[in-house]
Design a protein around this ligand. Sequence first.
Ligand code: MEV
Length: 422
Amino acid sequence: MIKGFSKLSKAEKIDWLAENFFYEKDKGIETLEQYVNENAQLQQLHDEFIENTISNFYVPYAVAPNFLINGTSYVIPMAIEESSVVAAAALTAKFWSSRGGFKATVLSTTKVGQVHFTYEGSKEVLEEYFLSVKNKLIHATDHITANMRKRGGGIVDIELRDRTSDLENYYQLHVRFQTGDSMGANFINSCLESIAASFQKEGIFVIMSILSNFVPECLVRAEVSCKIEEFFPENAEMYARKFVQAVEIANVEPYRAVTHNKGIMNGIDAVVLATGNDFRAVAAGAHAYACRDGQYKSLTQAEIKDGNFIFSIEIPLSLGTVGGLTKLHPLAKLSMEILQNPTAPELMQIVAVAGLAQNFAALRALTTTGIQQGHMKMHLMNILNQLEANVHEKELISEAFKGKTVSHSAIAEYLHLLRTGH
Ligand code: MEV
């Protein structure tokens, strides 16, 4: 147990860690400090994002070009460590750009926050009280909502919800918001706390006030379609059917659905992170939506209709293009520029497309060659680095394994052969 850790300087924190945990003290310190020293100004900014920063944690930042979305061409920035994700996105973007591209539509942009409270008196009295103060509750937030209202946002409605059949004396104020181009978490939470304070009366016991990351009314849909014969160079109909069956399996089998949706989130989270948005909120909301009717299912749908292959996603995405880290984090700011400074609804469309593209790439690989061919090809460099191969060895092995199936043991064996001659 250490007391007052947050009060220590960064160097003192690092020393304490090195003393207590690092196997090789100097090497550990060097690893941490190398990133800190790289850019003092950036480090200062990061130190102000969170507490107890001791370094920066780097994740690869890449772009996937050629995404045609509603007729506009996009280059999509992605922050992700997984080997094959960006390559898969780029390949899929190219594939669909010659088949009409992606069509995306925002279905709704409403967000929700709740004041959770208990009330022991009669429901009728509470309802009467709520109706008598409803306007006052909305106006209690005027000082917070003024700017947002100018931008077309604000509180849409407040509803009193009786949840006493689920939990004794439990009620909610269920508040719906529009938050313009901001994700709106701080805005929503501040409004809720003002509403809760104004709602106080004898007998009402406020438990907590907080936004919900379940945003089924902040929904976007993206779709691709093509003639079946354009789906695959040979046996197109068989492969299109196999693809549709793969989605059907994810709709009936949760073990598969979780992996299927994880693949979708590979694309979604990478863009959400690259644009400085809250990927935990997005992931929580997406998975909750995937089981909205009681069983965890696929977030995408596929069908063959009138000779066409149609593949779509419908997903709730609460995103911002202003506020939060979107303009503070230098790379997030640059991501927005690469995306041509989208509005929040435009970013919803782009992110949904990234998810759909990733699922397309995964299912196409799974139902044709299998996933490992492409995955291990991209993973080859990670294996070579793990085995501490030098530049020359990397070149020789990359050449030798071109078009062949890559596995850790096969690479290790080949490297051993190169080094020892047997
Ligand atoms: C790997 O990160 C994602 C996949 O497992 C997704 C899927 O199986 O659909 C390839």
